[in-house]
Design a protein around this ligand. Structure first.
Ligand SMILES: [Zn+2]
Length: 337
């Protein structure tokens, strides 16, 4: 498929949905802050940064041109107030991120293509793009990629990463998934990598993905399973968190790990299925190919075998560590492609 050049992207005011001119909305008069040309379009506007966060952003901005991406990553996480085991884990994760980003994006598209076809290669949207490694991969496949994330420090790193890789067709915007400052029917492909379990308003976020997607656009995202029986919950590093009723989960994590449990909200297969079917005309929930997560390639063969086994196919999804949601906008019968 041929990559087309420079589709125009107009950012919208998240308050009134008027068209922004630079960082200002002529329609409602709101102005939005801008850091290294990354606009803060989070809405409703969250409380302002703490002093520590402000210092971090200032450090990243002032050293943006002189430091490398890797040095900025160190700067970003050196003051992180987290247990040492978590930091080690995070640094390992960061170190493998480039390879991981590529293998995950490849896996997403391999799985998606078994069911649905991305209509064209014009604009992709990377939801919760973080430090931009998946955005950079998509930038090689689409004419333009928009990365949105609520975290400014992550977006600054993403921008640096793309700059170092000489990638110029990316646009980073600080925004929430449930209020995407883009026009309707704009995007051909929406990606959510390691994101669905962090959406606290899944219904509205999914509705936004559907709104910005073109009439035959596609969505792909992975989702950690609440009822995974095999691996520790990745954010708490503790087994079986999801087996507890939601209101007891923070108590369980605090008791055994002495840390708060606030930023993750894992969905079960049924919950994910309900949200997906409520939003998209065509949906498939399937197994991710676990080689993309660094598991042995042989394991993928077992997954393919499992998929072909009628009863177990669904039963195993209930307890499998992770799900892959594939979706397409539009009724299959109205599809002329
Ligand atoms: Zn406005």
């Amino acid at each position: 498929m041929e990559i087309q050049t420079n589709p125009t992207i107009t950012l919208l005011c998240p308050s009134c949905w008027g068209t922004l001119e630079q960082n200002h909305c002529p329609n409602c008069g709101e102005s939005f802050s801008q850091t290294l040309d990354i606009l803060d379009l989070r809405w409703p506007r969250p409380p302002s940064l703490t002093t520590a966060e402000e210092t971090l952003v200032t450090n990243l901005v002032t050293q943006f041109e002189t430091k490398t991406y890797r040095e900025l990553v160190t700067l970003r996480f050196q003051d992180l107030d987290a247990p040492p085991e978590f930091l080690t884990l995070y640094h390992d994760y960061q170190a493998n991120l480039q390879t991981r980003g590529r293998s995950m994006m490849d896996m997403f598209q391999t799985r998606l293509s078994e069911h649905y076809k991305i209509p064209d290669r014009q604009i992709a949207l990377d939801i919760g793009c973080g430090v931009g490694t998946s955005t950079a991969v998509l930038a090689n496949q689409f004419a333009q990629v928009i990365g949105i994330d609520p975290s400014l420090p992550d977006l600054i790193l993403a921008k640096k990463y793309c700059q170092e890789q000489h990638i110029e067709n990316t646009l980073f915007v600080q925004a929430f998934a449930q209020q995407i400052p883009l026009q309707d029917n704009l995007v051909s492909y929406v990606v959510a990598l390691n994101v669905i379990e962090h959406l606290f308003d899944v219904e509205n976020a999914f509705a936004e993905f559907h709104r910005v997607l073109k009439a035959d656009g596609c969505f792909c995202g992975d989702s950690r399973n609440r009822y995974d029986l095999f691996f520790p919950e990745p954010h708490a590093q503790l087994h079986w968190v999801g087996l507890f009723p939601r209101r007891f989960q923070p108590w369980y994590v605090r008791t055994f790990k002495e840390r708060p449990y606030v930023s993750a909200h894992l969905l079960s297969w049924l919950e994910l299925r309900r949200f997906a079917k409520h939003t998209f005309e065509q949906t498939t929930i399937t197994y991710p190919l676990v080689s993309a997560y660094g598991q042995p390639v042989q394991t993928d063969k077992w997954i393919h075998l499992l998929e072909k086994t009628p009863i177990f196919r669904h039963l195993a999804l209930i307890i499998f560590p992770s799900h892959l949601l594939l979706a397409k906008v539009g009724n299959p019968l109205s599809n002329t492609h």
